[in-house]
Design a protein around this ligand. Structure first.
Ligand code: ADP
Ligand code: MG
Length: 493
């Protein structure tokens, strides 16, 4: 069996290869209006209904930066501990394509808004996934999205939809610090979680709010970086991992056959799980970048930065440490912070004052199980945090046993009612009344003389049988601790 803690390697005919990955993530800024116009960004609108004169590049129209988009990018930078550049500038990236009416994209090459930062991932490619790897982020710059070509509307014509034209994107450029498909997957999931905590991007990969350009090279362990290829616009974590896997193996094949890797742009074909060549890679100078003369440089003042910083929520790593300090297991803490909705729900539950450990166990066990079965996200849970607190309190004070709590929870899911109302109405209260339990046990023993004789003759496994009979006779409502105690005495006597 492979050593789970060994670094990820591709085994070639001539020896092992290391894979090097850098990701450029395009994240759509969560903002109602576009980067330089007030047209709407709502997803799924009829083609060309959300296009201002600026987005359509009408002559003489001037872009006006949307402060909210800048603010969201700055907050994102702060969330990955990045340098925020108080002075930055927009540049024109010139190219011709039918989805780009201006003939250039407004982007930031020379002076991006956000500089060097980093984020930590658990490394799923090593044993247990506990080891923390830090992935560098080189920069985050702000730029416009292009429109979209529609090739499937007419047999011989293509159409252009400019709804996306001018929508604000953050391009989040990692260092080539990842060494396995699993690390790249963990980086994307962590980045997505941070964006969603911050609220700067909805992270919806199916709707294209987050896409990754995947840079891959291979080398002998210890060598200089190899030549990379860039696979464009991959739109799910699974596809990113598959694209890396395929592309790295392809490169190893080429190199081992004595060939060399050409720096090129490739496309991932999700149906076949392969990447294929699209065009040779262009360099920055091919785009004739120059400062956009229609826009002043961005200068951020201290008050703006202070406001951005103050508005940041508790982030996943800090939240996870807080949960662990409450005694929650690292595994459960990791599960509870992974999705912002789960963390919000759990924090609301903690605010009711319930003890953290049983609450965490209940949420990750009972609640997740029920939501899975019902196909619901936690934000649509039929049982809200206050109601869960009511249920947990009844368990904590001994009113409900574990199995009664499960029954009550099912009824809460069905009816939407509170735990104490259900308990009162259906008489589901657990009884710890020793006298009542003694009476039932005496009855059970009297009705099962055969089993009683066997038990006293040494067949101790029958203890469970008597517990079961007692529970059954009491409709599951007896306190299991008291039943055990009373039964032991009765059987001994
Ligand atoms: P460009 O903007 O032309 O794509 P950059 O130099 O900005 O080029 O790099 C883009 C991405 O490529 C970054 O995420 C970086 O980490 C990654 N990268 C650079 N060199 C390599 C390499 N040798 N192997 C894998 N990824 C690389
Ligand atoms: Mg690139």
């Amino acid at each position: 069996m492979a050593d789970a803690s060994a670094p990820y390697r591709i085994r070639g005919a001539t020896g092992d290869w290391e894979v090097v990955i850098g990701l450029e993530v395009h994240a759509q800024v969560a903002s109602r209006a576009k980067l330089f116009s007030c047209a709407s960004t709502t997803f799924g609108a009829e083609p060309n209904t959300q296009v201002s004169l600026v987005d359509a590049a009408m002559p003489g129209m001037l872009p006006v930066p949307n402060a909210e988009c800048i603010r969201q990018a700055v907050r994102t930078g702060m969330a990955i501990d990045a340098t925020i550049n108080r002075w930055s500038r927009f540049d024109r990236k010139n190219y011709f394509y039918a989805d780009l009416p201006q003939g250039y994209q407004i982007s930031q090459l020379f002076h991006p808004l956000v500089g060097e930062g980093s984020l930590a991932i658990g490394d799923p490619s090593v044993d247990g996934g506990e080891d923390v790897v830090t992935i560098g982020v080189e920069r985050i710059h702000v730029e416009q999205d292009a429109g979209k070509l529609m090739h499937d509307q007419h047999p011989t014509r293509s159409y252009v939809d400019l709804n996306r034209s001018g929508v604000a994107l953050m391009e989040i450029v990692s260092r080539p610090d990842m060494r396995s498909p699993a690390q790249a997957g963990a980086y994307l999931r962590k980045l997505r979680a941070i964006l969603r905590y911050v609220g700067s991007c909805d992270g919806n990969m199916e709707e294209g709010s987050m896409r990754a350009d995947v840079n891959v090279s291979v080398r002998r362990p210890g060598d200089e970086l190899g030549t990379r290829t860039e696979t464009k616009n991959v739109n799910s974590v699974r596809f990113v991992m598959a694209a890396i896997e395929h592309e790295a193996r392809r490169q190893v094949g080429v190199l081992e056959d004595g060939g060399r890797i050409v720096q090129e742009t490739r496309l991932f074909d999700p149906d076949r799980g392969v990447t294929r060549s699209m065009r040779s890679k262009e360099d920055a100078h091919d785009y004739r970048y120059f400062p956009d003369p229609d826009l002043l440089p961005l200068e951020l003042d201290e008050a703006f930065l202070d406001e951005c910083r103050a508005s940041l929520p508790e982030l996943p790593d800090a939240k996870r440490r807080r949960y662990e300090a409450l005694g929650i297991t690292p595994y459960n803490a990791g599960v509870l912070v992974a999705e912002v909705e789960t963390a919000r729900w759990f924090d609301a539950l903690l605010r009711t004052g319930v003890p953290a450990v049983p609450a965490a166990n209940w949420v990750t066990g009972e609640l997740f199980g029920a939501l899975n079965r019902l196909g619901l996200g936690i934000e649509r849970s039929p049982v809200v945090p206050d109601q869960a607190a009511g249920l947990l309190a009844l368990v904590a004070d001994g009113t409900l046993s574990g199995s009664l709590a499960k029954q009550v929870f099912e009824l809460m899911l069905e009816t939407g009612r509170d735990a104490d109302a259900i308990v009162a109405e259906r008489g589901l209260k657990q009884t710890s009344d020793t006298g009542a339990i003694e009476a039932v046990i005496a009855d059970v023993l009297a009705k099962n003389p055969g089993q009683l004789a066997q038990y006293r003759g040494g067949k101790e496994a029958l203890f469970g049988f008597f517990v079961g009979q007692t529970m059954k006779a009491m409709g599951g409502k007896a306190n299991p601790g008291v039943v055990n105690e009373v039964l032991r005495k009765a059987l001994a006597g």
